[in-house]
Design a protein around this ligand. Sequence first.
Ligand SMILES: [Zn+2]
Ligand SMILES: [Zn+2]
Length: 279
Amino acid sequence: MTKNAQSAPLPALAPGTALIDTHCHLDFPDYQADLAQVLDRAREAGVARIVTVGIDLPTSRAAVELAARHPTLFATVGVHPHHVKELAATDYARLRELARHPRVVAYGEIGLDYVKDYSPPAMQREHFSRQVRLAADLALPLVIHDREAHADTMAILREAMPLPAGGVMHCFSGDAAFAEEVLALGFYISIPGVVTFPKAEAMQEAVRQVPLERLLLETDGPFLAPVPRRGKRNEPQLLLHTAQKVAELKGIPLDEVARATTANAERLFRLKEKGHVDR
Ligand SMILES: [Zn+2]
Ligand SMILES: [Zn+2]
Protein backbone atom coordinates (compact mmCIF):
# COMPACT_ATOMS: atom_id res chain seq x y z
CA MET A 1 0.00 0.00 0.00
CA THR A 2 3.02 2.28 -0.03
CA LYS A 3 3.55 2.56 -3.77
CA ASN A 4 1.27 5.32 -4.96
CA ALA A 5 1.72 7.88 -2.22
CA GLN A 6 1.66 10.64 -4.84
CA SER A 7 -1.41 9.52 -6.76
CA ALA A 8 -3.92 11.74 -4.95
CA PRO A 9 -3.39 15.40 -5.86
CA LEU A 10 -2.16 17.48 -2.94
CA PRO A 11 -3.33 21.02 -2.25
CA ALA A 12 -0.44 23.41 -3.02
CA LEU A 13 1.06 26.04 -0.72
CA ALA A 14 2.29 29.41 -1.97
CA PRO A 15 6.07 29.66 -2.37
CA GLY A 16 7.71 30.52 0.94
CA THR A 17 4.82 29.07 2.95
CA ALA A 18 5.29 25.88 4.93
CA LEU A 19 3.62 23.55 7.40
CA ILE A 20 4.92 21.76 10.48
CA ASP A 21 3.75 18.21 11.14
CA THR A 22 3.66 18.40 14.93
CA HIS A 23 3.17 14.69 15.56
CA CYS A 24 4.42 11.73 13.54
CA HIS A 25 6.06 8.42 14.41
CA LEU A 26 8.85 8.32 11.85
CA ASP A 27 10.75 5.58 13.67
CA PHE A 28 7.89 3.09 13.19
CA PRO A 29 8.58 0.01 11.02
CA ASP A 30 6.02 1.37 8.51
CA TYR A 31 8.64 3.89 7.34
CA GLN A 32 11.69 1.72 7.53
CA ALA A 33 11.86 0.87 3.83
CA ASP A 34 11.39 4.37 2.41
CA LEU A 35 11.98 7.02 5.07
CA ALA A 36 14.24 9.07 2.75
CA GLN A 37 11.47 9.26 0.14
CA VAL A 38 8.87 10.05 2.80
CA LEU A 39 11.01 13.00 3.92
CA ASP A 40 11.61 14.11 0.32
CA ARG A 41 7.89 14.05 -0.43
CA ALA A 42 7.20 16.05 2.73
CA ARG A 43 9.72 18.71 1.73
CA GLU A 44 8.35 18.92 -1.82
CA ALA A 45 4.83 19.37 -0.47
CA GLY A 46 5.97 22.15 1.89
CA VAL A 47 5.90 20.19 5.15
CA ALA A 48 9.19 21.74 6.12
CA ARG A 49 9.57 20.43 9.66
CA ILE A 50 8.34 17.35 11.49
CA VAL A 51 8.19 16.47 15.18
CA THR A 52 8.79 12.73 15.60
CA VAL A 53 7.29 11.34 18.78
CA GLY A 54 8.44 8.69 21.23
CA ILE A 55 6.00 6.27 22.87
CA ASP A 56 8.39 4.32 25.10
CA LEU A 57 12.08 4.35 25.95
CA PRO A 58 13.38 2.67 22.74
CA THR A 59 11.21 4.79 20.40
CA SER A 60 12.13 7.94 22.34
CA ARG A 61 15.75 7.08 21.77
CA ALA A 62 15.04 6.41 18.08
CA ALA A 63 13.21 9.75 17.78
CA VAL A 64 16.18 11.62 19.25
CA GLU A 65 18.58 9.80 16.92
CA LEU A 66 16.48 10.70 13.88
CA ALA A 67 16.26 14.35 14.91
CA ALA A 68 20.00 14.46 15.51
CA ARG A 69 20.58 13.25 11.94
CA HIS A 70 18.07 15.41 10.08
CA PRO A 71 17.99 19.20 10.55
CA THR A 72 14.27 19.36 9.72
CA LEU A 73 13.23 16.86 12.38
CA PHE A 74 12.66 17.38 16.10
CA ALA A 75 11.98 14.81 18.78
CA THR A 76 9.85 14.22 21.82
CA VAL A 77 10.56 11.79 24.62
CA GLY A 78 7.98 10.05 26.80
CA VAL A 79 6.03 6.88 27.58
CA HIS A 80 2.55 6.44 26.08
CA PRO A 81 -0.22 5.08 28.33
CA HIS A 82 -0.19 1.80 26.38
CA HIS A 83 3.42 1.24 27.42
CA VAL A 84 3.62 2.47 31.02
CA LYS A 85 3.28 -1.09 32.30
CA GLU A 86 6.73 -1.77 30.79
CA LEU A 87 8.32 1.12 32.71
CA ALA A 88 10.99 0.20 35.22
CA ALA A 89 11.78 2.59 38.09
CA THR A 90 15.25 3.20 36.65
CA ASP A 91 13.77 4.28 33.30
CA TYR A 92 12.86 7.68 34.73
CA ALA A 93 16.52 8.64 35.00
CA ARG A 94 17.04 7.56 31.38
CA LEU A 95 14.00 9.52 30.19
CA ARG A 96 15.23 12.60 32.00
CA GLU A 97 18.65 12.33 30.44
CA LEU A 98 17.27 11.72 26.95
CA ALA A 99 14.85 14.63 27.27
CA ARG A 100 17.76 17.01 27.79
CA HIS A 101 19.03 16.40 24.25
CA PRO A 102 19.02 19.71 22.32
CA ARG A 103 16.78 18.31 19.56
CA VAL A 104 14.03 17.42 22.06
CA VAL A 105 11.28 20.04 21.88
CA ALA A 106 8.57 18.48 24.10
CA TYR A 107 7.79 15.72 26.55
CA GLY A 108 5.33 13.05 25.39
CA GLU A 109 3.33 11.49 24.23
CA ILE A 110 1.89 10.82 27.64
CA GLY A 111 -1.64 10.62 28.97
CA LEU A 112 -4.53 8.23 29.37
CA ASP A 113 -6.16 5.76 27.00
CA TYR A 114 -9.30 4.11 28.33
CA VAL A 115 -10.27 2.63 24.96
CA LYS A 116 -7.64 -0.07 24.83
CA ASP A 117 -6.54 -0.29 28.47
CA TYR A 118 -3.27 -1.96 27.49
CA SER A 119 -1.98 -0.76 30.85
CA PRO A 120 -4.29 -0.72 33.91
CA PRO A 121 -5.99 2.69 34.33
CA ALA A 122 -4.61 3.32 37.82
CA MET A 123 -1.11 2.65 36.55
CA GLN A 124 -1.73 4.96 33.59
CA ARG A 125 -2.75 7.78 35.93
CA GLU A 126 0.25 7.29 38.19
CA HIS A 127 2.78 7.41 35.34
CA PHE A 128 0.97 10.24 33.59
CA SER A 129 1.20 12.41 36.72
CA ARG A 130 4.76 11.46 37.31
CA GLN A 131 5.77 12.28 33.73
CA VAL A 132 3.89 15.60 33.88
CA ARG A 133 6.02 16.51 36.90
CA LEU A 134 9.19 15.40 35.14
CA ALA A 135 8.34 17.53 32.08
CA ALA A 136 7.62 20.53 34.31
CA ASP A 137 10.96 20.03 35.98
CA LEU A 138 12.63 20.00 32.56
CA ALA A 139 10.57 23.05 31.46
CA LEU A 140 9.34 21.13 28.39
CA PRO A 141 5.87 21.50 26.87
CA LEU A 142 3.63 18.42 27.08
CA VAL A 143 2.26 16.29 24.25
CA ILE A 144 -0.92 14.76 25.66
CA HIS A 145 -2.67 11.61 24.42
CA ASP A 146 -6.26 11.36 25.68
CA ARG A 147 -8.72 8.77 24.45
CA GLU A 148 -12.04 8.46 26.25
CA ALA A 149 -10.37 9.84 29.35
CA HIS A 150 -11.16 13.57 29.16
CA ALA A 151 -12.16 14.05 32.81
CA ASP A 152 -9.18 12.24 34.35
CA THR A 153 -6.75 13.81 31.88
CA MET A 154 -7.96 17.29 32.76
CA ALA A 155 -7.94 16.52 36.51
CA ILE A 156 -4.29 15.47 36.39
CA LEU A 157 -3.28 18.48 34.29
CA ARG A 158 -5.20 20.93 36.50
CA GLU A 159 -3.57 19.51 39.59
CA ALA A 160 -0.14 20.07 38.02
CA MET A 161 -0.84 23.73 37.18
CA PRO A 162 0.89 26.04 36.63
CA LEU A 163 2.70 24.45 33.70
CA PRO A 164 4.58 27.41 32.22
CA ALA A 165 5.84 25.53 29.14
CA GLY A 166 2.24 24.60 28.26
CA GLY A 167 1.36 21.75 25.98
CA VAL A 168 -0.80 20.35 23.25
CA MET A 169 -3.77 18.01 23.21
CA HIS A 170 -2.58 15.83 20.35
CA CYS A 171 -4.98 14.07 17.97
CA PHE A 172 -7.80 16.07 19.48
CA SER A 173 -10.89 13.87 19.74
CA GLY A 174 -13.35 16.02 21.68
CA ASP A 175 -16.06 18.50 20.80
CA ALA A 176 -16.20 22.29 21.02
CA ALA A 177 -17.03 22.21 24.75
CA PHE A 178 -13.99 20.07 25.54
CA ALA A 179 -11.86 22.30 23.34
CA GLU A 180 -12.89 25.23 25.57
CA GLU A 181 -11.58 23.40 28.63
CA VAL A 182 -8.29 22.64 26.93
CA LEU A 183 -7.90 26.25 25.81
CA ALA A 184 -8.60 27.42 29.36
CA LEU A 185 -5.52 25.48 30.48
CA GLY A 186 -3.51 27.49 27.97
CA PHE A 187 -2.90 24.42 25.81
CA TYR A 188 -2.95 24.11 22.04
CA ILE A 189 -5.24 21.75 20.14
CA SER A 190 -3.73 19.58 17.42
CA ILE A 191 -5.97 18.51 14.56
CA PRO A 192 -5.39 15.13 12.91
CA GLY A 193 -6.51 13.82 9.51
CA VAL A 194 -9.70 12.56 11.16
CA VAL A 195 -11.11 16.06 10.63
CA THR A 196 -11.52 15.16 6.94
CA PHE A 197 -13.76 12.18 7.72
CA PRO A 198 -17.42 12.87 6.93
CA LYS A 199 -18.60 11.74 10.37
CA ALA A 200 -16.17 13.96 12.31
CA GLU A 201 -18.81 16.65 12.77
CA ALA A 202 -18.05 17.39 16.42
CA MET A 203 -14.35 17.86 15.65
CA GLN A 204 -15.19 20.02 12.64
CA GLU A 205 -17.34 22.22 14.85
CA ALA A 206 -14.47 22.43 17.36
CA VAL A 207 -12.14 23.58 14.56
CA ARG A 208 -14.61 26.32 13.62
CA GLN A 209 -14.73 27.50 17.25
CA VAL A 210 -11.09 27.32 18.32
CA PRO A 211 -9.10 30.48 17.53
CA LEU A 212 -6.60 29.93 14.73
CA GLU A 213 -3.81 31.04 17.12
CA ARG A 214 -4.38 27.91 19.20
CA LEU A 215 -4.47 25.23 16.49
CA LEU A 216 -1.71 22.88 15.43
CA LEU A 217 -1.77 20.28 12.65
CA GLU A 218 -0.50 16.72 12.78
CA THR A 219 -0.55 13.51 10.80
CA ASP A 220 -0.04 11.05 13.70
CA GLY A 221 1.50 8.97 10.91
CA PRO A 222 1.54 6.11 10.15
CA PHE A 223 -2.03 6.18 11.49
CA LEU A 224 -5.18 8.09 10.52
CA ALA A 225 -4.48 9.18 6.94
CA PRO A 226 -6.84 11.93 5.83
CA VAL A 227 -9.35 11.69 2.99
CA PRO A 228 -8.58 11.00 0.11
CA ARG A 229 -5.96 8.58 1.46
CA ARG A 230 -8.04 7.25 4.33
CA GLY A 231 -7.14 3.70 5.30
CA LYS A 232 -3.67 3.90 3.72
CA ARG A 233 -0.39 4.56 5.46
CA ASN A 234 -0.26 8.18 6.58
CA GLU A 235 2.83 10.32 6.01
CA PRO A 236 3.77 13.98 6.53
CA GLN A 237 3.02 15.21 2.97
CA LEU A 238 -0.64 14.27 3.52
CA LEU A 239 -0.83 17.02 6.15
CA LEU A 240 -1.77 19.26 3.22
CA HIS A 241 -5.20 17.59 3.05
CA THR A 242 -5.78 18.24 6.74
CA ALA A 243 -4.65 21.87 6.40
CA GLN A 244 -6.97 22.32 3.41
CA LYS A 245 -9.92 20.98 5.42
CA VAL A 246 -9.15 23.34 8.31
CA ALA A 247 -9.00 26.23 5.82
CA GLU A 248 -12.43 25.26 4.44
CA LEU A 249 -13.95 24.95 7.91
CA LYS A 250 -12.60 28.36 8.90
CA GLY A 251 -13.40 29.94 5.55
CA ILE A 252 -9.85 31.26 5.10
CA PRO A 253 -7.07 30.61 2.58
CA LEU A 254 -4.83 27.57 3.00
CA ASP A 255 -1.76 29.80 3.24
CA GLU A 256 -3.22 31.61 6.22
CA VAL A 257 -3.70 28.27 8.00
CA ALA A 258 -0.10 27.38 7.15
CA ARG A 259 1.32 30.65 8.44
CA ALA A 260 -0.67 30.59 11.67
CA THR A 261 -0.18 26.93 12.57
CA THR A 262 3.54 27.17 11.80
CA ALA A 263 3.87 30.21 14.07
CA ASN A 264 1.91 28.36 16.77
CA ALA A 265 4.18 25.31 16.62
CA GLU A 266 7.27 27.54 16.66
CA ARG A 267 5.90 29.24 19.78
CA LEU A 268 4.89 26.07 21.66
CA PHE A 269 8.08 24.17 20.87
CA ARG A 270 10.24 27.33 21.15
CA LEU A 271 11.87 26.47 17.84
CA LYS A 272 13.30 29.94 17.30
CA GLU A 273 14.79 30.25 20.78
CA LYS A 274 16.41 26.90 20.24
CA GLY A 275 17.89 28.13 16.96
CA HIS A 276 15.76 25.70 14.97
CA VAL A 277 14.69 28.01 12.17
CA ASP A 278 15.88 25.74 9.39
CA ARG A 279 13.59 25.70 6.41
ZN1 LIG B 1 -1.53 9.45 20.66
ZN1 LIG C 1 1.15 9.44 18.44
